[in-house]
Design a protein around this ligand. Structure first.
Ligand SMILES: C[S@@+](CC[C@H](N)C(=O)[O-])C[C@H]1O[C@@H](n2cnc3c(N)ncnc32)[C@H](O)[C@@H]1O
Length: 238
């Protein structure tokens, strides 16, 4: 397998294209497909549990450093939290803005890089969900955690997750996909049918770094849309 070039710029450029192309369609699926809605509900329940169990004071202000189209923050805003959303990909912020307007939800939405946030002592909770394993290197991971930490008021909490290759479930960043080298992921909801062919391009086991190529074919009443992009994930181990 040919080792792919991994500079910070290559990773950011790939991620920007990947998330930009899929912004609109992923948002449709998240809102319309029952499986996504249920997963989202479970994650919101977990977040509220974590707020209650670990923050030393009642949580009011929440910052999401890589919100995507805002699936966590919209849920939290509807529960009464005061939410700020940041994301590196402008298309994601645009989709979130349209949704906020449509649903009459009040959230602050700004484009921004999670490694360069300049909040201080402002939030009760910082979310860094499904982002750390996309960042190009350890330096960016540390900077994101540092920015998150600085943004917190004393006694607040940072909630993050990472990609674990030993996860035995049906996640596509599991070892199963690496062994098989190929995965087909299908999702359907009213007005949208998405088929993704996920192919492993490169895996560096020493550093747990995988490059995937994802070809997405998305059918909607407006037509068929095909995107082929690369994405790089880091599979952290203990
Ligand atoms: C897998 S999505 C997760 C989005 C959201 N947290 C969720 O769970 O639905 C990853 C998001 O991270 C964003 N992203 C990638 N690199 C980033 C960076 N350096 N700073 C902020 N956002 C970034 C992408 O634009 C994308 O929306």
């Amino acid at each position: 397998m040919k080792r792919l070039k991994t500079t910070r710029e290559t990773v950011l450029k790939a991620s920007r294209a990947y998330y930009g192309h899929r912004a609109y369609y992923e948002d449709l699926l998240i809102q319309r497909a029952r499986r996504f809605a249920e997963a989202n509900k479970r994650e919101l329940t977990f977040l509220e549990y974590a707020f209650g169990a670990h923050a030393t004071h009642p949580v009011r202000k929440v910052l999401d450093v890589a919100c995507g189209s805002g699936r966590h923050v919209f849920g939290l805003a509807k529960l009464g939290y005061e939410c700020t959303e940041r994301d590196y990909t402008p298309e994601r912020i645009q989709i979130a803005k349209e949704r906020a307007k449509r649903e009459g939800v009040s959230v602050r939405l700004l484009q921004g890089d999670a490694t360069r946030l300049d909040y201080e002592n402002e939030f009760d909770v910082v979310l860094a969900l499904y982002i750390l394993f996309l960042l190009p290197n350890d330096d960016d991971v540390l900077k994101t955690l540092e920015c998150g930490y600085r943004s917190l008021r004393k006694g607040g909490i940072l909630v993050c997750n990472i990609g674990n290759p030993f996860y035995s479930g049906k996640s596509w960043f599991s070892l199963q996909t690496i062994y098989k080298g190929l995965e087909v992921v299908e999702a359907r909801a009213p007005g949208i049918h998405s088929t993704e062919i996920v192919r492993l391009l490169d895996f560096d086991p020493m550093h747990g770094v995988a490059w995937w190529q994802e070809t997405s074919t998305i059918e909607t009443p407006e037509g068929i849309h095909v995107f082929r992009d690369r994405e790089r994930l880091r599979l952290f181990t203990y």
